[in-house]
Design a protein around this ligand. Sequence first.
Ligand code: SF4
Ligand code: SF4
Length: 168
Amino acid sequence: MIHPDKIGIEAKKKEDENFKFRSYLKGHADEDELDKQFARLHKELFADYDCSKCRNCCKMYKGSIPEEDIEKDAEYLGITKAQFIDFFLEKGEHGIGYQTKHKPCDFLQEDGSCKLGDCKPDNCKKYPYTDQPERLWSLLGMLDTITICPVAFEIFERLKKEYGFRRR
Ligand code: SF4
Ligand code: SF4
């Protein structure tokens, strides 16, 4: 598995190849079969991976906090809703929803855990979305994800082997 600090450089080297593989999958992969392959590799690779040693997903994005989570998040931290917004959040892009004020995410702690514990947003729990359905229709987003997440990068590399894809 690629070291989290090297993922940007390694993904850049494979940028063309990955784009071509994405086009190859669009033309050749069966939607349901691809979802099963992603889900299997996700399970296998995350079983042996300690995300607390990486946390690129919390370092390289601002945390995106859904409006409907704010009350429970504030309660979890023992502060008011207004304090929660004031201390940690700003309006999201185009004024939609909220995001943390800083990148790395303000809720990332020294030990790699999330200050929001189990209250962390669903989008964080699901990241990198490699076990979610409709992968065939999410491959463009996947090209971004593999520049951040070492496990997603490795899943893409394994898929290339399984499809017998050669750089062309
Ligand atoms: S989900 Fe991916 S980017 Fe996030 S901590 Fe785990 S391996 Fe790293
Ligand atoms: S809310 Fe927690 S899990 Fe989500 S990006 Fe911030 S630190 Fe990471």
